[in-house]
Design a protein around this ligand. Structure first.
Ligand code: AR6
Length: 168
């Protein structure tokens, strides 16, 4: 592998990386969960830039500056809402990781941190989401790009252990 996948437990808004990924909604106007935490920490300039982006479709990704965050950029992606798994949810979640990584690489970013997209209020089953995330990141890291460090930033101990068990 060209780059490295690491697992951390903590608050993604505190990370000093080139980009943190936001588990946003299609409006990009902010919300609860990690989205709310990122907007609170970044300040109102973030929502002002988001207003210029015309939203974001599920599975796609858009980039902004990081404003008051330590992270230089925020990559906003919209995970699928879980409706039982037969509505393309796994493919859409994989696309969130792939499109966020491709956007980071296109901008020459070297480090990126992801939350556990869709596994909060969007109710994607955590085990399946973690498998998809790890597979998508590992596949991306097989191809040469500027990205050297990919972090999965777990909020809960349960998520951290879930990812650690997939990586060992
Ligand atoms: N740092 C890292 N992870 C966090 C943090 C944090 N500060 N806060 C929460 N998490 P969710 P979703 C974890 O619900 O399921 C928003 O309202 C959380 O424990 O934030 O993709 C948006 O606007 C969980 O593991 O995102 C959308 O409407 C993970 O982040 C909707 O929620 C994702 O939980 C998106 O739902």
């Amino acid at each position: 592998m060209d780059g490295k996948l690491q697992v951390l437990q903590g608050d993604i808004t505190k990370l000093d990386v080139d980009a943190i990924v936001n588990a946003a909604n299609t409006s990009l106007m902010g919300g609860g969960g990690v989205d709310g935490a990122i907007h609170r920490a970044a300040g109102l300039e973030l929502v002002a830039e988001c207003m210029t982006l015309n939203g974001c479709r599920t599975g796609e990704a858009k980039i902004t500056q990081g404003y008051r965050l330590k992270a230089r950029h925020v990559i906003h992606t919209v995970g699928p809402v879980w409706h039982g798994g037969g509505n393309g949810e796994p493919e859409l979640l994989r696309a969130c990781y792939q499109n966020s990584l491709a956007l980071a690489a296109k901008h020459g970013l070297q480090s990126i941190a992801f939350p556990c997209i869709s596994t909060g209020v969007y109710l994607f089953p955590a085990d399946q989401a973690a498998e998809i995330a790890v597979e998508a990141v590992k596949a991306f890291l097989q191809t040469p790009s500027a990205l050297k460090t990919v972090i999965v930033c777990c909020f809960s101990e349960a998520d951290r252990k879930r990812y650690e068990s997939l990586l060992c």
